[in-house]
Write a protein that binds this ligand. Structure first.
Ligand SMILES: [Zn+2]
Length: 164
């Protein structure tokens, strides 16, 4: 699909990058080549001795969007460091980047709390159903379930194996 590299005309960097990405269904273009410790794509441009390592997402931003002003970072909307899709990249100051990460971190804490709330609610529903089935209080069900009690009086004995 892309022209092959030749000695006379260096293979454009854009094509070098695009030959090593995997376009995922979620829209991320995942870099399949070398990565830094933090998971960002790295690409050496130039010869083995004289070449310099470039961060692929920064190069992609420059290729597709434009120059990166001094002091600004290229951040990921998708929070996926190896992603180099220019549409997922935006410019920010280091402080913006930090604030963005903190905001996303807080968002994930909030969603964890939402799950925990949901789980507790469902446990509560099951406890209420069991209490009704066996004719005991909800606290009795909780004590029995946690192994703290086993000899609480039960109001009526349901048929073993009947569904709750
Ligand atoms: Zn992405």
């Amino acid at each position: 699909m892309f022209p092959m590299p030749s000695r006379n005309a260096p293979w454009p960097i854009k094509h070098r990058i695009e030959s090593r990405i995997q376009r995922r269904a979620d829209g991320c273009w995942v870099w399949m080549g070398t990565k830094s410790d933090k998971g960002y794509g790295r690409l050496r441009v130039g010869g083995k001795r004289t070449g310099r390592w470039h961060r692929v997402h920064r190069r992609m931003y420059e290729e597709y969007v434009g120059p990166i002003p001094d002091g600004l970072q290229v951040c990921h909307r998708c929070d996926n460091p190896p992603c180099v899709n220019p549409e997922h990249l935006f410019l920010g100051t280091p402080a913006d980047n930090m604030a963005d990460k903190m905001l996303k971190g807080r968002a994930s804490t909030l969603s964890k709390r939402a799950y925990a709330h949901d789980i507790r609610k469902q446990v509560g529903e099951v406890v209420a159903r069991l209490a009704q089935k066996y004719g005991v209080s909800e606290s009795t069900v909780r004590r029995i379930a946690s192994g703290k009690s086993w000899d609480e009086p039960v109001a009526h004995i349901p048929t073993p194996g009947s569904t709750v």
